[in-house]
Structure formats: structure tokens, C-alpha cells
Write a protein that binds this ligand. Structure first.
Ligand code: ADP
Length: 541
């Protein structure tokens, strides 16, 4: 009995436990067969496992209705029922079947676990056998052990099943959160980050591994444009924790990013009142709306520009032409006035062209046909154009003779060059040297335009390329411009898959660099040694 008890309790796998119960039961009562029946909620029984019984019998009798047969009796009354001779006992209903199976005596013991009937354990013999009281006691005792072992194994099975379901749900949840395009931050009631999804990492530049456990106000610093951070008194999450409010209305804010820049986000908050350990959590969903906000700002800037910048030359044109109409000036006096009109009209034309170009770029309506392009002729043409308009600047071209072709739209590339060279001239009002360099490396060519002009303070570098940003310095007050040229250049360079940036040099001047992809990456082109150290320079002054 002890050995049998140990055997059935030594496993938690249900099928193995059932197999051991059947073997041990046969051994205990010197039986040839055994079966375990399971009691269902409606009182019916279903055979769960069997040993030593034929397939024919197993197929014929697989289910018993409530109270049916000897097993039904044992399970219904909770009492052991022993049959000494199946052929003669009136309680046996399927005698012919037992005769065919060669079973003469059997006993059915109820299985009770945690004081609840769970089924029956049957043991069969081939001879007629009057089961002695100690045999029946032994079987009843073993049935209790077996029922406990079955119960444990079932619990274990259910736990494993529940665990795998939880794991599957968790995996699904983290896939969804991981792939969500909106940033999701979960915070505990101490404002500590519990979850920070990849979209949030992308939005803020912060790594989840570094911010989980930190308080959001240490790095996120939500604020409305130009106002103090909301953390200093008006955090939208406070009502979630303090007043158990469930959701806070959507609002548009700015958050800090790891690079020290700010981004516009559309934020909404929701409460999870029963987080782990019964403490509330707040879920913050952030959508990056920086591009939309910038577009809005640009629209307002365009309206401001139209009402101011465009009006100035237009007023001059109107006043000068009215003057000419109202007075009958002799030709020599009229000429400077006409020149002024023409120059203001050209200025107006340039402004309108830039605004339209931005609109075309934003609407994706720019003609763009990249092809293999040789850079030196484009640089020379851009420089020649400017050289004819200035006597105060000298131009220095540093273009290696073996420069490989780039993959670019020649008109667009020329537009970028024209803009950078024109700026170099424009922002060097006192004249000076302007150097244009091109270097091919790896997969791209880097082209740089340097001047010796008014320069750019380092803190202004990041916003140079945003639309309508003009530096406030006194030295550029009288320089014409509306702050769209670099924005256009950046969009055109981006169309090519390149980058553009500026460096402020100590001392006078600034340098603008941009990259464009080479037609064939350099690594793939075998270069004869010494070929790349050809003549550099070619002073065009
Ligand atoms: P715009 O020249 O029409 O104002 P840009 O977009 O070309 O517009 O340039 C934006 C601003 O960047 C300029 O207003 C100027 O303040 C600064 N900037 C551009 N190029 C130079 C340069 N070479 N040297 C100094 N400042 C420059």
C-alpha cells in the first residue's frame, strides 16, 4: 500500500498518474484489469483510463448514466460495491459482456477528493472471488490516495494551462504594445515609469532600459508651448491618482527629448484603478504631432509673410508706378524710378517663387529625375553666375579631378548649390573668399561651401533649416531674405537621400555641407593606387 501510494504520488502528469493507479490497483488485489471512471457534473460517468480490458469492451461501454451499473451505484452512494460472481449477481446488467471479457468478479470503489465525489476505481478478476473485508479496506484506502493524486495532477494540468494562456496573452499584449505607432507610457502612482514602448523611445530618444523605474517628471517635462512644465503643479495625471478620475481629455503638449530638443505630442491619459498590488496606474498615450504643428506654424508664418514681406516690395512698386503715372518725368529722371520698380518686382518674384517651391515640395509635386551627374560642371556654373554679380568675393574650387558621378537630379542639385553659394555671398557683405569642396567617400559625395562672412552662433545651428528662421543679428538686418532657402535646400537634399548641416567656424564665416549618393559606391570601384591623389584645387578667383 505504501509503495503503491508513493508510486501514484510521484508524478504530476495526469496520464502517468492514471497509469500508475491502474497498475498498483491490479497488484494490490491480484487483479487482471482495472479502470478509472470520472464523474461528470450531471452525475454521469465516463471512463478516463483502463488497463487489461479489450478494445471491444472499451468501445461498447465508455459512458454510464447517473447510477447505471455497479460503478454507477458505487459513485452515486459513495460506497464500495463488490461482486463475487458476475454471472450470478442480479446487480450486474451486462453479464454477457463480462462473460465474453472473461471477468467473473469485480469491485468498484468511489473516488473522493476534498470530500467531493470525483469518480470510481474498478478492479476486475478472472475468477469468482469473494472480496474479504481487509481487501476492501485496502482498496478503499488506496482509492483515497489515488483520488488525491488525480486531483493534484488535474490541478497541476489546469495551472499549466492557465499559465500558458497567461503567457500567450502577455506575448500578444507586448507585441501589440511593441508595434503600436503611438507612444505608450505606464506610470505608477509615484509617477515612476513601469512601461515605455518602442514608439516612445523613438519619440523621445530615451531608452526604455534607462527610464523604467525613473519618475516621468525627471526627463519628460511635459509643457505647453512657452510655459513652465506641467509637473510643477498642473500635471494631468494628478486627478487620476488623487481623485480616481478615469480619463483625462486629450491635450497637445511639448515633451523634452534626450537630444535636448522638444517635440509636439498629442497626449491622452487613462486610469487603471486596480494595478498590481491594488495600486492605481496611469496610461499615457503620446502621438507625435510635431510635423502637423510645424505645418500649422508654417501656414501662420506664410500668412504673416504675405501680409508683411510681400507687401513691402508691392507697396514700393505701387508707389513708384503711381509717381510715374501722376508726374510727367523726363526720361533721365524716370530711369532710376523704373529701375527701382524692376528691382522690387524681381524681389517680389523671388519671394513668391520660394513660397511656391515650399508648397510644391510639401505637396510632393516637385519634378525629380535622378541620374548619373558630374558635379564639377554644376559647381562651376553656380559659381560663374554669382561671380558675375559680385566684385568683392573670390571663389576657390577644391574639386578632385577624378570625382565619380553622383546619383542626382541635375536641376535640383544645382538649386541646392545656387542657394548655398548665394547665401555665402549674401552673408559675407564685406566680401572674402568662398570655397567649394567636394569629397567622395564610401557611398556618397560630401559637398561643402565655406565663407568668411558674418558667421552663425553655434546655438542657432539646429534651427537654421526650419522654415522662416532668420538669425536676429544686427549684421544681417539689411540682408534680404525670408528664411526659406535652407529649408528648400534641406528638402531637396532629403529627396536625394542625403543630409545637410552647417558648422560654425571659430573666427569669421560659416560652412554648409551636404551629401548626395554616388552612382556606384566607392568600395565597389577598383581604384588604381595614386589615382585618388590627383590634382586638388583649381583656383577660380
Ligand atoms: P534667407 O537667406 O532667405 O533668410 P535661408 O533659409 O537661406 O533664408 O537662410 C536662413 C538663415 O540662415 C538666414 O536668414 C541667415 O540668418 C542664416 N544663414 C544662411 N546662410 C548663412 C551664411 N552663409 N552665413 C551666415 N548665416 C547664414
Amino acid at each position: 500500500m505504501l509503495a503503491a501510494g508513493r508510486a501514484v504520488a510521484s508524478s504530476l502528469a495526469l496520464e502517468e498518474v492514471l497509469a500508475r493507479i491502474l497498475e498498483a490497483a491490479c497488484e494490490l488485489l491480484e487483479a487482471c484489469a482495472a479502470a478509472v471512471w470520472e464523474l461528470k457534473d450531471d452525475g454521469a460517468l465516463r471512463r478516463r483510463a483502463a488497463l487489461g480490458l479489450s478494445e471491444t469492451y472499451l468501445h461498447t461501454v465508455a459512458d454510464l448514466s447517473a447510477g447505471e451499473g455497479v460503478t454507477g451505484l458505487a459513485a452515486r452512494d459513495g460506497k464500495i460495491v463488490a461482486i463475487a460472481d458476475a454471472a450470478a449477481d442480479p446487480r450486474v446488467s451486462v453479464r454477457a459482456l463480462w462473460a465474453e471479457e472473461g471477468i467473473r468478479a469485480f469491485v468498484s470503489a468511489p473516488l473522493t477528493a476534498r470530500e467531493r465525489m470525483v469518480g470510481a476505481l474498478n478492479v476486475y478478476r478472472r475468477d469468482t472471488h469473494r472480496f474479504a473485508p481487509d481487501e476492501l479496506d485496502l482498496l478503499a484506502g488506496f482509492a483515497d490516495l489515488a483520488a488525491a493524486a488525480i486531483n493534484n495532477a488535474q490541478l497541476h494540468e489546469r495551472t499549466l494551462h492557465a499559465l500558458s494562456e497567461v503567457e500567450a496573452r502577455e506575448a500578444l499584449l507586448s507585441t501589440v504594445i511593441g508595434h503600436a505607432s503611438d507612444g505608450i507610457i505606464v506610470l505608477d502612482d509615484q509617477y515612476r515609469v513601469v512601461l515605455f514602448n518602442p514608439a516612445c523611445e523613438q519619440l523621445t530618444g530615451q531608452r526604455a532600459a534607462e527610464v523604467v523605474g525613473r519618475r516621468c517628471f525627471e526627463f519628460l517635462r511635459c509643457h505647453r508651448c512657452g510655459e513652465a512644465p506641467l509637473c510643477e503643479g498642473a500635471c494631468p495625471m494628478t486627478p487620476i491618482f488623487a481623485l480616481a478620475q478615469h480619463a483625462i481629455p486629450y491635450s497637445e503638449l511639448m515633451v523634452n527629448t534626450s537630444g535636448g530638443r522638444e517635440r509636439w505630442v498629442g497626449a491622452s491619459w487613462a486610469a487603471v484603478p486596480d494595478g498590481p498590488e491594488g495600486r492605481p496606474l496611469a496610461v499615457m498615450v503620446l502621438r507625435d504631432i510635431t510635423a502637423a504643428r510645424e505645418a500649422d506654424q508654417m501656414k501662420s508664418a506664410i500668412i504673416g509673410l504675405v501680409s508683411h514681406e510681400l507687401r513691402t516690395p508691392l507697396t514700393s512698386i505701387r508707389m513708384l508706378s503711381e509717381l510715374l503715372v501722376e508726374h510727367d518725368f523726363p526720361p533721365p529722371e524716370a530711369r532710376p524710378l523704373l529701375e527701382d520698380i524692376a528691382s522690387e518686382a524681381r524681389r517680389l518674384g523671388r519671394l513668391i517663387e520660394q513660397v511656391l517651391e515650399v508648397a510644391r515640395l510639401e505637396g510632393g509635386r516637385v519634378a525629380f529625375a535622378p541620374q548619373p551627374v558630374a558635379v564639377p560642371p554644376l559647381v562651376t556654373a553656380a559659381v560663374d553666375l554669382l561671380r558675375s554679380q559680385t566684385g568683392r568675393h573670390s571663389f576657390d574650387l577644391d574639386l578632385p579631378p577624378d570625382l565619380p558621378p553622383v546619383h542626382a537630379d541635375p536641376d535640383r542639385l544645382r538649386q541646392v548649390l545656387d542657394n548655398l553659394v548665394a547665401n555665402a555671398v549674401k552673408y559675407s557683405p564685406a566680401g572674402g573668399r568662398i570655397t567649394i569642396r567636394a569629397v567622395a567617400q564610401g557611398q556618397e559625395m560630401q559637398i561643402s561651401v565655406s565663407d568668411e562672412g558674418i558667421g552663425i552662433p553655434p546655438e542657432a545651428l539646429p534651427r537654421l533649416f526650419t522654415p522662416f528662421s532668420r538669425l536676429a543679428g544686427a549684421d544681417q538686418v539689411h540682408i534680404e531674405g525670408i528664411g526659406l532657402g535652407l529649408h528648400i535646400a534641406r528638402s531637396l537634399v532629403a529627396l536625394h537621400g542625403g543630409r545637410i548641416w552647417a558648422t560654425s567656424t571659430p573666427g569669421p564665416g560659416s560652412t554648409f555641407h551636404f551629401t548626395v549618393p554616388l552612382t556606384v559606391p566607392l568600395a565597389a570601384v577598383p581604384v588604381a593606387s595614386g589615382q585618388r591623389e590627383g590634382r586638388r584645387g583649381g583656383d577660380v578667383t
